[in-house]
Structure formats: C-alpha cells, structure tokens
Ligand binder design. Structure first.
Ligand code: HEC
Length: 153
C-alpha cells in the first residue's frame, strides 16, 4: 500500500518525482529498507531502459545516459547498505552468504555499475541493446547466489 502523499506526488509531478520522494523517505529507514528501496529503483530503471532496446522507441541518448548513470550510482550506494549487523534482520531476503562473501558481492555490484556506465554511452538502439544485455545478466547471476525468496514481512 502506498502512502497517500506518494500517490498525490505522483499525480502532481509524475512518476520520476514520486520515485525520488520514495528514496528520500527510505533514506530514514534501516539498511534493509534502504537497500530494498534501492533495488526497487534499480528494477524500475531497468524497466524504463528496456524500452530503448526496441526500434519502436525513438532512441534518446541523453535519457539512456541518465538512466544508466542512475544505475551506476545505485550500485555504489548499495555497496554500503549491507552492514554485517543487518544479516539477521527478519525482513531481509539477502542470503547469509552476502555477509560471508562480501568482497565477491561488492565486486558484482561494481561490475553492474561499470557495465551500466558503459551502456549509457551507447549512441543508438543496436549498440545500446548489445551493451545493456550484460547489465541485465548481472542481476540474475547475483540473485541466483545471494538472494533468497522474500520472507513475509
Ligand atoms: C551483487 C548482487 C546483486 C546484483 C548485481 C543485483 N541484485 Fe537485486 N538483490 C540482491 C539482494 C541480495 C536482494 C535482497 C535484498 C534484501 O532483501 O535485503 C535483491 C533484491 C532485489 C529486488 C527486490 C527488492 C525488494 O522489494 O525487496 C529487486 C526488484 C532487485 N533486486 C532487482 C535487481 C535488478 C533489476 C538488478 C540488475 C540491474 C539487480 N537487482 C542486481 C542482490 C543483487
């Protein structure tokens, strides 16, 4: 359920502002809430960016760069949102392996960021499509190892 004020913001200012608002609200939460909000933002960004892999969407290099730079920033931010103290939080879907293998986990986040920044430099649909695919691959390969099925809150 969305807080009413988010809905109002969305209606007034469009989904972009509502998303920013959601991130600001999340910044006051626990590391688990913050990283789940950041991952949701990552998911939303991927959805928006996927449109630009289709010839049906006129390619917009500035928009794509903004989305991909946003992903790179999220990857950086996420790195700091897995303190060891949050490993046993009942709300997290992060596998305990994250905290045991933090260096590998961080490396995967960094790779996601680097690949996103590279994809953001694409000049047309075809080159973006090729550069964007490996970004998406990082989601699944990490989730396969480090994400458990979400526990009921
Ligand atoms: C380095 C590992 C890693 C990478 C890379 C990664 N994720 Fe995640 N993701 C996780 C973990 C761990 C969780 C569970 C977080 C928690 O519950 O504390 C998660 C959770 C999520 C969630 C659920 C958030 C919620 O509502 O609780 C979404 C959506 C998501 N990831 C999308 C993505 C997408 C899209 C990408 C690729 C662009 C991606 N992730 C890349 C590790 C990763």
């Amino acid at each position: 359920m969305k807080p009413v004020r988010n809905v109002v913001w969305a209606a007034l200012s469009g989904a972009g502002i509502a998303l920013c608002f959601a991130s600001i609200a999340a910044a006051a939460g626990s590391p688990v809430e913050d990283r789940q909000a950041a991952m949701k933002h990552v998911g939303q960004t991927m959805k928006e960016a996927t449109a630009f892999t289709s010839a049906a969407t006129p390619y917009d290099a500035a928009k794509v760069k903004g989305l991909m730079d946003g992903l790179a920033a999220d990857a950086k931010k996420l790195k700091g949102l897995y303190p060891a103290s949050s490993a046993a939080d009942p709300k997290t879907a992060a596998d305990p392996k994250v905290f045991a293998n933090k260096a590998d986990f961080d490396k995967r986040l960094a790779e996601m960021g680097t690949l996103a920044a590279t994809a953001g430099k694409a000049k047309d649909t075809d080159s973006f499509k090729a550069a964007f695919k490996p970004v998406g691959d990082t989601c699944k390969s990490c989730h396969d190892i480090y994400r458990m099925k979400k526990k009921p809150a």
